[in-house]
Design a protein around this ligand. Sequence first.
Ligand code: HEM
Length: 147
Amino acid sequence: MTGLSYYDRWYNQAPELHKSIGVLLFIATAARLAWLRFAGRPAELAGQPPLERLAARWTHIFLYLLLFGVIVSGYFISTADGRPVEVFGWFAVPAAFSGFEGQEDIAGAVHLILAFTLIALAVIHGAAALKHHLFDRDRTLLRMLGR
Ligand code: HEM
């Protein structure tokens, strides 16, 4: 997306899609957290070592923090010039804070670092789930898939 030239047909479309999906993801994450508060966390699997439990707990916390950090920094990049974020033409999220000195660059650097940290953590999270399924042969992955 960031490497597209002005004459590429995705030049406008890709960022629009990226931002719209990102805002919807914010709504989905907020709904997920609200549901978690209402329904509580699923009971932990019996026999899981305490260290693994702790690692899982902190991974989940960091995944949510990173998600919000990436989305909020993306919002700050997009609204640095005072323009709202359009979501698929359905609605617009107004610019709340704009015009800070270097806002676009600072938010852009934060967005990049947090996004790649999030992607790395998501990969580790997926690998850990596969380890549970293939080596420990427990129900962790099935539970993650809602089974
Ligand atoms: C979990 C959600 C998101 C992820 C994983 C993500 C990831 C990324 C990545 C990897 C880049 C490329 C960074 C670079 O190479 O400089 C990027 C760029 C960008 N993102 Fe996001 N993003 C997310 C959400 C959002 C949201 C919600 C918005 C705006 C409302 C947004 C706005 C932007 C903009 C404007 C750029 C271009 C920055 C530039 O040109 O320097 N992103 N995003």
